[in-house]
Design a protein around this ligand. Structure first.
Ligand code: ADP
Ligand code: ADP
Length: 222
């Protein structure tokens, strides 16, 4: 269970991205819905310990993530909205590197990487540099690296962006299977994306959570 209490974040240029957010997310698949600029990425980067909130508390399974960020990182899979610059590493080398950062033993990592490459349809490109990948391939790579280590908390910022309908469908079934033993938070601005996937959702606008709860009740008025 993930709990946020009075979490706020204002960027140095004065943009208030998170405005006093209090929210409790149950295990399973949770959708974060909202228009562009609502603060979804800011919220997810904060949950992934990539940026500190100005105020407020966040805990995952009763551990304060700001006090124990390393403990969180070992349980976390994070798909950013867009990766920055890719190092000139092959797909498989980069996955091995990320697995090492997550402290996954080498032998286990090797097997997981093989499975994840198959899952994301990247086996044929394992030896190619990620910097040469197309948008959809990068997205699939991003999904593979997020799933390394079977994280207990999976945060995915617009996971279906850039995927074709078939890939989108495949990701949906993977996520449904995976979410059994974890909390998967995924953001989107497309209602249909989470309609069939997420029993719960939170709706975000202008840095605030304006509604949250079971999906049918939430989207009925839309
Ligand atoms: P979303 O993911 O819902 O599109 P974001 O979290 O990306 O929303 O952005 C929320 C607001 O914060 C937007 O106005 C955006 O321009 C701004 N913003 C995001 N990141 C930064 C940053 N690093 N510095 C300044 N403003 C930012
Ligand atoms: P988006 O542009 O769709 O909101 P992200 O929120 O993922 O994408 O932002 C990508 C990167 O750009 C992040 O490192 C974020 O901090 C930065 N960023 C986003 N919006 C702004 C902004 N308004 N000012 C400065 N940096 C920003």
């Amino acid at each position: 269970m993930l709990t946020m209490t009075d979490v706020s974040k204002t960027y140095s240029d004065g943009t208030k991205a998170l405005n006093d957010i209090s929210l409790t997310l149950p295990a399973g698949m949770v959708g974060l819905l909202g228009p562009n600029g609502a603060g979804k990425s800011s919220l997810m980067r904060t949950l992934a310990c990539l940026q500190a909130p100005d105020s407020g508390q966040i805990s995952f399974n009763n551990t304060d993530i700001q006090q124990s960020p390393q403990r969180l990182r070992e349980q976390l899979g994070y798909l950013p909205q867009s990766f920055g610059v890719y190092p000139h590493m092959s797909c498989v080398a980069l996955l091995e590197h990320i697995a090492a950062l997550k402290k996954i033993p080498r032998k286990q990592a090797k097997q997981q990487i093989e499975e994840l490459l198959t899952l994301t349809n990247l086996t044929a490109f394992a030896g190619k540099r990620v910097s040469t990948f197309s948008g959809g391939m990068r997205q699939r790579f991003g999904i593979a690296q997020a799933l390394l280590g079977d994280p207990k908390l999976l945060i995915m910022d617009e996971p279906t962006a850039g995927l074709d309908p078939q890939e989108r469908q495949r990701l949906h079934s993977v996520l449904i299977r995976l979410s059994q033993n974890k909390l998967v938070l995924l953001s989107t601005h497309i209602v249909e994306d989470i309609e069939h996937l997420c029993p719960h959702a939170a709706i975000m606008m202008q840095g605030a959570i304006v509604d949250s709860g079971a999906i049918p009740a939430l989207i009925a008025p839309m």
